[in-house]
Design a protein around this ligand. Structure first.
Ligand SMILES: [Zn+2]
Ligand SMILES: [Zn+2]
Length: 297
């Protein structure tokens, strides 16, 4: 039994490796980072001093898993050729940056078809992934994790069926995985708040995606309700999901070893509420041996 890997998205101000200090400060054993400014297309070259510090700090801080999140600007579904090509180059860059840090997973929003239609958009994403994979085979062990989205606007990837349709069109599907965001799942119509809804979602994941393909979870409560198609994250237990839903996932041994990362609001100056959100999650875990030492109640 591998136990639970819990953590949060952490700021990289001062250098990517500084996120590990923040992860260690809240005694978590997992972290999510950006490997460059997430609102810019290009970043500075990878800082080898920071990479060296990262490789030391990860074991020193007890952080067992790290995932990066790609820039929000990327749209692999874009019908516009220039943006589509730019998006591919940016995702190749994200994979290379992650690999430099030894990060094996890069979460990516699948994209928005902006009027070209679902089928065209899905084909476009798969074609883009195939080009990205051909562009740099040397990053083959760093996977793109397609994130389940809330389905706002023309955003694709708001159902496991859609994610499966994209993956089915990827030539080398060993290079893609899935990230499930709890807030997006509720907003997209998966009622994970009770046993019945959770098990229905689990069957869909097992049948369409496969549990092995799920690289990590984003653990966010949701400001808006079931099927709202709106993406607004809330603190754990303070949104429409509530504590019970998180308890179902945390205590399901099928998710053992699959990391769960907070992307909840950071509205205090200290740890940005991460410690309190992690404590709320830890308190839901019935078998305390599954928690890393720092998070045991
Ligand atoms: Zn997310
Ligand atoms: Zn979100």
């Amino acid at each position: 039994m591998q136990g639970l890997k819990l953590g949060a998205h952490m700021s990289i101000s001062g250098g990517v490796s500084h996120a590990l200090d923040s992860a260690a400060a809240v005694k978590s054993n997992a972290v999510q980072v950006f490997t460059k400014n997430n609102r810019q297309w290009a970043g500075p070259p990878v800082d080898n001093t920071d990479v060296a510090r990262w490789r030391e700090q990860m074991p020193a801080g007890g952080v067992e898993y790290a995932v990066s999140h790609a820039t929000y600007l990327i749209n692999l579904a874009s019908p516009k050729d220039d943006l589509w090509a730019k998006s591919q180059r940016a995702q190749v860059d994200e994979l290379r940056r992650a690999q430099a840090y030894g990060i094996r997973h890069v979460v990516l929003h699948p994209g928005a078809h902006v009027g070209s239609g679902e089928d065209a958009g899905i084909q476009r994403i798969a074609d883009a992934l195939n080009q990205i994979h051909a562009e740099d085979p040397s990053v083959a062990d760093t996977l793109t994790l397609l994130e389940l989205t809330a389905g706002q606007g023309t955003t694709l990837g708001c159902s496991f069926e859609q994610l499966a349709d994209i993956i089915a069109k990827v030539n080398d599907d060993s290079r893609v995985g899935v990230c499930i965001d709890t807030c997006h799942a509720l907003a997209a119509g998966y009622d994970l708040r009770n046993d019945e809804g959770y098990e229905a979602m689990m069957s869909t994941i097992q049948n369409r995606i496969g549990l092995d393909r799920v690289g990590c979870w984003h653990f966010n409560d949701s400001v808006f309700g079931l099927n709202s198609r709106k993406d607004r994250h809330a603190h754990i237990g303070e949104g429409e999901i509530g504590l019970a839903g998180f308890g179902l996932i945390l205590n399901d041994p099928r998710w053992d070893g699959v990391p769960m990362l907070l992307e909840t609001p950071k509205d205090n100056d200290g740890d940005g509420n991460d410690a309190s959100n992690l404590a709320k999650l830890a308190a839901l875990v019935t078998d305390h041996n599954r928690l890393c030492e720092g998070l045991r109640p």
